[in-house]
Design a protein around this ligand. Structure first.
Ligand code: SAM
Length: 186
């Protein structure tokens, strides 16, 4: 735990724009972020795993390590993740590469990547993620801002519906979790 915190703080100081958090997410946030993964089939992709707070929870939900791929831009986090989670594919690549991995029928994408301040990344990432997702697949995102993370306009553009999974107060800072799915025709 102390080692994990030290690694996280070190990376936050080296790459504040990418890390954008003051510490790893809590167990409560990780449980909320991984809701619905039980009973899913097919690959699961986690983007921006950091020190693996959500990775642990994904595996606890019954996702076999072989089904899980992590995309993380920090080389140091990747080294630690590879060591901590045997059997999981840890790739030192940006989340935007999700469409280039040869994955299809993805059950879910679990995202800790800071998206709010990056509209271009948001559009690119959501578009690519849903292009490899199965129809019932979902994209779960954490955010620390009370602002709506993906505007109604962008959701309409990308054909997405959003579900608010609520605020997690037991996290520093308190976090909001949203789940996106392909919109069903009305
Ligand atoms: C706020 S931290 C979250 C870490 C972890 N999920 C947690 O909740 O404790 C954001 C993480 O996203 C990674 N990251 C930022 N931009 C990324 C990108 N484009 N692709 C993949 N990882 C990215 C950072 O290196 C960092 O590990």
């Amino acid at each position: 735990m102390v080692k994990e915190l030290a690694l996280f703080l070190g990376e936050m100081i080296r790459n504040p724009g990418d890390v954008r958090a003051i510490g790893p997410s809590s167990g409560a946030a990780a449980r909320r972020m991984t809701l619905g993964l039980e009973g899913t089939e097919g690959p699961v992709v986690e983007i921006g795993p950091g020190t693996g707070a959500f990775t642990r929870a994904i595996l606890k939900r019954g996702v076999a390590p072989e089904r899980l791929t992590l995309l993380e831009t920090s080389e140091r986090f990747c080294e630690e993740l590879t060591h901590t989670f045997p059997g999981v594919s840890v790739l030192n690549r940006p989340a935007q590469d999700i469409g280039d991995l040869g994955l299809t029928g993805v059950a879910a994408v679990i995202s800790g990547v800071p998206l709010l301040a990056r509209p271009q990344l948001q559009r690119e990432l959501l578009g690519k993620a849903f292009s490899v997702m199965r129809p019932e697949g979902f994209f779960t995102q954490i955010t620390y801002s009370p602002r709506e993370i993906v505007s109604a306009e962008r959701r309409a553009e990308l054909g997405l519906e959003v579900e608010d999974l609520g605020m997690v107060w037991a996290n520093l800072p308190p976090a909001q979790v949203y789940r996106f799915r392909a919109a069903r025709p009305h």
